[in-house]
Design a protein around this ligand. Structure first.
Ligand SMILES: Nc1ncnc2c1ncn2[C@@H]1O[C@H](COP(=O)(O)OP(=O)(O)OP(=O)(O)O)[C@@H](O)[C@H]1O
Ligand SMILES: [Mg+2]
Length: 571
């Protein structure tokens, strides 16, 4: 990648970021003007809440400025399009690595998802170079969950470096570290900025290690109070030590500091080396891989995480084994009856009496078959919600970050669908076959019975995936999904019939009803007669049940896709 690289410059012109609060306009950022060349390391400092992260997100393109413009190499980013995903590295404050994967695995995945490589050896070289550049080589085999705070920050930086970004934006990557680790991470960022094509910006409220930066931007209530070399800070703020500038800032209003800066800035600003505009069309950063590669990477990574998580695996296995047994235990009394429908032709009085007894027996039997199937269906909906409720919400921060880095929502959702399909297949087939081998539910065609169970598990899994993509937290998604399962039984009408109007309103949304009704419709006609006797609920024809369940699956996946496309930044 040593082709004709261009030297660049980032310019901010009259940037405002304004929000409306109770019909009043509040400028979170006001009239920011900046010019920073590449090969440069800049700090953004200021007291908490002064707008540092907001400014960084504007530069990253996560937030849109209200007024003003941002230029990269002379290209107006708001008008001519943002930088490519691979051209920006954005390191948020939260951890963006998978805890149960090793350092090396996380970096390998980042390369597969974000940086196209031509060959296996190029791939390995990029992984090795990244590990070496960030000082992680010696701990490449270590799981993320055992890393120290400083090592985690190195890893966060490493994940961004795989694309060789021209703009590396870091938000509080040193916060919470001890002074030595902080110094090491700032030094690492400084080294990373010694690249004529790269600009590194670090947001921090720490005033230690300022001498490692080429320039320091001091913000006060959304306004620029200073932007110049670190060595001139003490003089500008008339303090002995840079650490004192926050107390100094609080002595005068932000407007006053800003006015004073406007007056004096040329003297300081000129000391920052300017860079000529490079060619805005030349990029030195990597190319983002296509959707197929991203899909397979995400799919395989999901399995690896599944197998590493012993707790989740044990839970899945226990549910898989125990639920079908539950069905049989609860219906034990009725189970042996399912094989013995009594049909006689009464001729004598005694036979008529016998026939009456048979009828009661058969009615009971109809109830048993209906109950058995409903139990199968309900437990499969519970498995469905357990499959997917936390799937997206539980890793939303990481996904949001990966989406920003170029991972396509479609590849992400399809990888989830493929992973979950395997669980659904195993669960439904085992449930159907195990229960059938003991109870012999009298279906005309067992294949349809199995498919309807597969569909209801798939429908609930897809719908809960949709909930997961919309929820704020994994706990919220879990709770909503459990409610949804809880409503299945009462609203299905299989146990107690609902008032007619209520049935028509709720039924379209109750997957359990459609699976149960479809299976009932497919039972042998002798049995169906008695099932109809014991249930007051309308039994939809089987074809309609398949259609509705497929619509549920499709809607669940579509909602998941929309939910995952929607930006959701927490930090
Ligand atoms: N989209 C938004 N809508 C409303 N208020 C916002 C929005 N974004 C940020 N703010 C507010 O703007 C102010 C600046 O936020 P910002 O996160 O940029 O501060 P900061 O300088 O990074 O602070 P810290 O050092 O604590 O991280 C805060 O008061 C915050 O609550
Ligand atoms: Mg912040």
């Amino acid at each position: 990648m040593e082709q004709d690289k261009s030297v660049g410059v980032l310019e901010l012109h009259n940037i405002f970021f304004t929000i409306r609060k109770q019909s009043k306009e509040i400028h979170l950022l006001e009239n920011i003007n900046l010019q920073v060349p590449t090969g440069h390391f800049m700090a953004i400092v200021g007291p908490s809440g002064c707008g540092k992260s907001t400014l960084l997100k504007l530069i990253a393109g996560i937030n849109q400025e209200t007024a003003g413009s941002i230029h990269w190499n002379g290209r107006n980013l708001s008008e001519e399009g943002d930088l490519e995903h691979s051209e920006i590295g954005y390191v948020p404050q939260f951890s963006i690595a998978y805890e149960s994967l090793t350092v090396e695995e996380n970096i390998e995945n980042a390369v597969r998802l974000r940086a196209k490589t031509a060959s296996r050896s190029e791939f390995e070289k990029l992984v090795d170079d990244t590990l070496l550049a960030t000082g992680l080589d010696e701990i490449r085999d270590r799981m993320v969950k055992v890393l120290s705070g400083g090592q985690r920050r190195r890893l966060s930086l490493a994940l961004e470096l795989v694309t060789d970004p021209v703009l590396l934006l870091c938000d509080e990557v040193t916060s919470g570290l001890d002074p030595k680790s902080e110094q090491e991470i700032v030094s690492l960022m400084h080294e990373l900025s010694r690249n004529e094509h790269r600009l590194v910006i670090n947001v921090t409220h720490s005033l230690a290690n300022l001498d490692l930066y080429d320039s320091v931007l001091v913000l006060s209530e959304g306004k620029v109070a200073y932007h110049g070399p670190p060595r001139a800070i003490e003089h500008y703020f008339s303090v002995e030590n840079a650490e004192e500038i926050y107390s100094q800032l609080s002595k005068r209003g932000a407007a006053e500091w800003s006015a004073s800066w406007e007056k004096h800035k040329s003297a300081y600003y000129d000391t920052i080396p300017a860079a000529p505009h490079g060619d805005p069309n030349i990029s030195v950063s990597a190319i983002t891989p296509n959707a197929t590669i991203q899909f397979f990477t995400l799919f395989l990574r999901r399995w690896k995480i599944f197998f590493r998580d012993r707790g989740q695996m044990a839970l899945q296995f226990a549910i898989l084994m125990i639920f079908p047994i539950l069905v049989i235990i609860f219906e034990l009394d009725g189970v042996e009856q399912t094989h013995r429908l009594s049909e006689t032709r009464p001729e004598t009085l005694a036979e008529i009496e016998q026939e009456r007894e048979n009828f009661t027996f058969n009615l009971n039997l109809g109830g048993v078959v209906s109950g058995l199937v409903m139990f199968q269906v309900i437990l499969l909906t519970l498995m469905g919600s357990n499959n997917s409720a936390r799937e997206i919400a539980g890793e939303r921060n990481i996904f949001e970050k990966e989406k920003f880095a170029g991972v396509r929502p479609l590849a992400y959702i399809l990888s989830k669908a493929a992973f979950l399909s395997v669980l659904v297949l195993i669960q439904s087939i085992w449930m159907a076959v195990f229960v059938q081998s003991i109870c012999q539910i009298p279906s005309e065609n067992f294949a349809f019975h199995l498919l309807l169970l597969l569909c209801v598990n798939g429908a609930m899994t897809a719908v809960c995936l949709g909930i997961s993509s919309l929820a704020k937290t994994a706990d919220q998604a879990s709770l909503l999904s459990i409610y949804l399962v809880g409503f299945q039984l009462p609203l299905s009408g299989a146990i107690l019939a609902l008032p007619n109007w209520a049935g028509w309103v709720t039924r379209p949304f109750i997957s359990a009803y459609w699976s149960w009704a479809g299976i009932m419709d497919g039972t042998e006609s002798d049995y169906l007669r008695y099932i109809r006797e014991v249930t007051d609920t309308w039994l939809a024809p089987m074809w309609l049940c398949f259609v509705v369940l497929l619509v549920h699956i499709a809607s669940g996946l579509f909602i998941s896709y929309l939910g995952s496309k929607r930006p959701r930044w927490d930090a």
